[in-house]
Design a protein around this ligand. Structure first.
Ligand SMILES: Nc1ncnc2c1ncn2[C@@H]1O[C@H](COP(=O)(O)OP(=O)(O)OP(=O)(O)O)[C@@H](O)[C@H]1O
Ligand SMILES: [Mg+2]
Length: 159
């Protein structure tokens, strides 16, 4: 089910990507999976940097050599990078357990997942455009769709 409307925006600088990441974290909720899609260097990890900042976790480690990086902030976040893998099951690395335990999951290269059925998710698609990035955001699940609406309002207000 892809219920919510999708929307798009343009991010001119890395700082704007970080700021969107902060908004993502403010609007996300326990049990939400966030699929971060885009080519190498599209800005997926930059978004997670912003999320960590908003959650009060200053120094996100790079997940380049780890599959899962845990940020056990007040609202815990697990940052997953599946680039080197294929055919990953949602139970691998305890992915579905993170969600049922109230973590937010931010997943780079979610196309490596085999037909995962997470109940509530956002899809964030980044593409390079000029010197910045186009972003398209969509959602599935009732709570995820409501939260994405809240995010859209926040983006429109520019705060
Ligand atoms: N809106 C933007 N405009 C221009 N550059 C950006 C923007 N957002 C991020 N970048 C830059 O893109 C580069 C790559 O970012 P990042 O590491 O987040 O990409 P990634 O999608 O995680 O890549 P990978 O797939 O290799 O993990 C960084 O130098 C970052 O500063
Ligand atoms: Mg990355």
């Amino acid at each position: 089910m892809t219920g919510g409307e999708s929307f798009s925006l343009f991010l001119a600088t890395p700082d704007e990507t970080v700021r969107l990441g902060e908004m993502l974290a403010r609007c996300a909720f326990p049990g939400l999976a966030i699929f971060l899609e885009g080519d190498l260097g599209a800005g997926k990890t930059t978004l997670v940097t912003g999320m960590c900042r908003a959650l009060g976790w200053d120094r996100p480690s790079s997940p380049t050599f780890a599959i899962v990086n845990e940020y056990p902030a007040r609202q815990p976040l697990a940052h997953v990078d599946l680039y080197r893998l294929e055919d990953v099951d949602e139970r691998d690395f305890g992915l579905s357990d993170y969600l049922s335990d109230g973590w937010i999951l931010a997943i780079e290269w979610p196309d490596r997942l085999r037909a995962a059925e997470f109940p509530e998710w956002w899809r964030i698609q980044l593409t390079c455009a000029d010197s910045g990035r186009n972003v398209r955001l969509s959602s599935s699940g009732r709570l995820a769709c409501e939260a994405l609406e809240k995010l859209r309002a926040e983006v429109c207000r520019g705060d």
